[in-house]
Design a protein around this ligand. Structure first.
Ligand code: TXA
Ligand code: MG
Length: 360
């Protein structure tokens, strides 16, 4: 790939400066790509109806073409251009959760290029609520296709610096509005195959979705026969298990707090005897237990507050990667609310493997 100069421009997250937005929108009009903030993670945007822009997105990320993109819209007019009609279920969800971190899988309209949908007859659509994202889509005047602004197989960026670390020299412009509010990607909900089913848990919880549509199904979780490996059934194309993998191997621990801490401590000790340094990804309340262990401690917030943990998760993973620890040991944060999304990302980072107390 040709090396290009990457410019990072600060933009006010609440009242984005019109001249900065216009500069980014001009690039998009010319078929270029731009990194921009959303409330979930930073996105790598291109004009959804321009094939050249879509090709640039895949090239910059190193992403395979069989992994479809989310189309970001700013209003009714954009919506009409990407899907023929809105089913009743979608209408009700959109009313409550748009703009916001919910992606709906709907029927694909004829204008949507096959590159966006990986050739599928469905399209992923979301209306983000971040003022910069909305301003950018409005300034372009048409939908923006955007995956997360990370290199393929890396964790999503929750700051402009994360995006720069992954995409420097590969994108002309990064809009920097500071850290993302939610910190995990949007919930992807399939409305095209009978019962509404979550394909990827994310920023809108299962409980919240069920408040509007009581029959929403969670992502199907299965255990690989004969092993202790869990994985979430991968109906969303490109939802590879290793999709969010950090560059260092991660072990995910289950069990009560005491058992989890004890087995993590035992593993820290075992690693240290082999000359390896472990990083632990834990909650505030775990810190005293690890203080004397020699492990590098990265806290994500209070275990009882999954929203706080979600917001810190990807930055925490990247911070441990930068410290060059040999292994990351991570506690479990439950599956209530945003906990389900946290667990999904951790499971992927762990290659689907979970250490349960009886197996330690
Ligand atoms: O929060 C987010 O969703 C962020 C921000 C930038 O909006 N975007 C994001 O995009 O996470 P990406 O490309 O990293 O993830 C998109 C997910 C993938 O898992 C993909 O398989 C799924 O959406 N997807 C896209 N189109 C689909 C379709 N037609 N059917 C099923 N799944 C689809
Ligand atoms: Mg992604």
């Amino acid at each position: 790939m040709q090396h290009i100069q990457t410019e990072v421009i600060a933009v006010d997250p609440v009242h984005p400066e019109p001249q900065v937005i216009e500069r980014a929108a001009k690039l998009l009009r010319e078929g270029e790509i731009v990194v921009f903030p959303t409330e979930t993670v930073y996105g790598l945007g291109g004009a959804a109806f321009q094939t050249a822009a879509l090709e640039r997105i895949f090239a910059a990320k190193g992403r395979p073409f069989n992994d479809p993109l989310i189309v970001h819209i700013a209003g009714e007019h954009d919506l009409e251009q990407v899907t023929p009609s809105l089913p009743e279920q979608a209408r009700r969800l959109a009313q409550v959760f748009w703009p916001g971190p919910l992606t709906l899988i709907l029927r694909r309209g004829p204008r949507v290029p096959g590159l966006v949908t990986a050739g599928l007859e469905t399209v992923a659509i979301r209306m983000p609520r971040h003022p910069v994202a909305l301003a950018l889509i409005r300034a372009l005047g048409s939908p923006v296709a955007a995956p997360s602004a990370n290199r393929f197989m890396h964790v999503s960026p929750t700051t402009a610096q994360h995006a720069l670390a992954d995409l420097a020299g590969r994108v002309p412009l990064i809009l920097d509005s500071g850290p993302c509010e939610i910190g995990v990607e949007s919930t992807v909900l399939d409305l095209c195959s009978g019962v509404p089913t979550i394909l990827r848990p994310g920023g809108i919880s299962l409980e919240a979705l069920r408040g509007v549509l009581p029959d929403v199904q969670p992502p199907i979780q299965r255990r690989v026969p004969g092993t202790n490996e869990d994985f979430l059934a991968k109906k969303a194309p490109g939802q590879l298990l290793a999709h969010y993998a950090p560059t260092i191997s991660l072990l995910l621990f289950d069990g009560t707090e005491e058992i989890m801490r004890a087995s993590m401590l035992a593993e820290v000790q075992r690693r240290s005897e082999q000359g390896e340094r472990a990083g632990v990804l834990v909650a505030n309340e775990d810190v005293p237990a690890f203080r004397e262990s020699g492990a590098l401690i990265q806290t994500l917030g209070n275990a009882a507050d999954p929203a706080e943990v979600a917001a810190a998760l990807f930055a925490g993973l990247r911070a441990l990667e930068e410290e060059h620890v040999q292994v990351i040991l991570c506690r479990n944060f439950g599956d209530q609310g945003l906990g389900l999304a946290i667990r999904d990302r951790l499971l992927k980072a762990a290659g689907g493997k979970v250490y349960r107390p009886e197996e330690v």
